[in-house]
Design a protein around this ligand. Structure first.
Ligand code: GLU
Length: 306
């Protein structure tokens, strides 16, 4: 088997918080413990929220942590011509249709939704006639039709996760009305074109995996291995978010070493038995997916912040 290829896929919209650091650490450990290589890709499709300044800070943060990458692939904001070609392939197969639903129409859909808040799209615009489409007089979003088929993710952390896109998600948007390609399409094309063999990211993205597996099948890419790592929680049980300023690297870098932080993360995730400062390189020599904690991780920084 050839060496694995992993990736960091941060969104440069702010400082890295500890949830991102943890996912990046596990992605790196998995690949490096198997002698593989790591890609870095800036997911800056949302040009209003992201910037090159944040991208540069992210690179600095990853270097500070000792999480190296072998190649930085082009940022998503520069790849719309490539995404467009894949979009056209879906169109040629008759798998796309324009959707004119407004945000409020979609939110009023009284239907179950996925854990990431995605509503099951009821297919409102699937069978509009050309006349009905023309009557809207505005640019549509584009949805891909999904088959009635069960997708199984054999996740390294979460175990078996199943989803039928037809009943759990519905036809989903691949290009927004303003012409921007969406995350699901961009990530599938990038991971596929750059030969990514393992995708490691936060548990909150588990429900995206079946949509990406479906697109991989349509584009002729093989499926990567998936590992959706547990979420980090504050000691009081809240999920850590960008709002927790004391949990972002800007604050922490002035107060602790990278090794102290990696030691705490690794210890809290059951990767090491004692709380001790440790480098990413040292952790790689002992890494195994079996040891990694599967449940939410409660992170108490007080032992290292003092
Ligand atoms: N860009 C996403 C994020 O920063 C990660 C996407 C992925 O890993 O597939 O949360």
């Amino acid at each position: 088997m050839s060496a694995p290829v992993g990736r960091f896929a941060p969104t440069p919209s702010g400082r890295m918080h500890l949830g991102n650091v943890f996912a990046a650490l596990i992605a790196w450990l998995s690949v490096k413990s198997q002698g593989g290589s790591m890609l870095l890709r800036m997911e800056d499709l949302d040009t209003l929220r992201t910037s090159e300044e944040f991208a540069e800070i992210l690179r600095w943060d990853l270097r500070w942590l000792g999480l190296t990458w072998d190649l930085e692939t082009p940022p998503q904001s520069q790849r719309s011509a490539v995404y467009s070609r894949y979009f056209d392939r879906l169109a040629e197969q008759g798998l796309l249709y324009p959707c004119y639903c407004t945000r409020s129409q979609l939110h009023n859909v009284n239907a179950p939704h996925l854990s990431d808040g995605t509503y099951v799209y009821p297919g409102t615009c699937r069978n509009l006639t050309a006349e009905e489409q023309a009557a809207f007089c505005r640019d549509p979003a584009w949805r891909v039709k999904v088959p009635d088929k069960l997708w199984t993710v054999d996740d390294r952390v979460q175990g078996i996760y199943k989803e039928n896109l037809a009943t759990d998600c519905g036809d989903f948007v691949v290009r927004r009305a303003d012409g921007v390609f969406v995350y699901q399409l961009a990530v599938t094309v990038d991971d596929g074109e750059f030969g990514v063999t393992e995708v490691v990211r936060g548990m909150d993205l588990l429900s995206s995996a079946p949509r990406q597996m479906y697109l991989q099948t349509l584009f002729g890419f093989s499926h990567p291995a998936y590992g959706h790592v547990p979420m980090l929680m504050a000691p009081d049980g809240r999920r850590l978010s960008k709002r927790d300023k004391d949990m972002d690297l800007g604050y922490l870098q002035d107060r602790i070493t990278a090794e102290a932080l990696l030691g705490l993360l690794a210890y809290s995730a059951n990767l090491i038995d004692t709380l001790t400062p440790i480098s990413a390189q040292e952790l790689a020599s002992e890494f195994s997916w079996q040891k990694l904690r599967k449940e939410d991780i409660y992170l108490d920084l007080s032992p290292i912040l003092g």
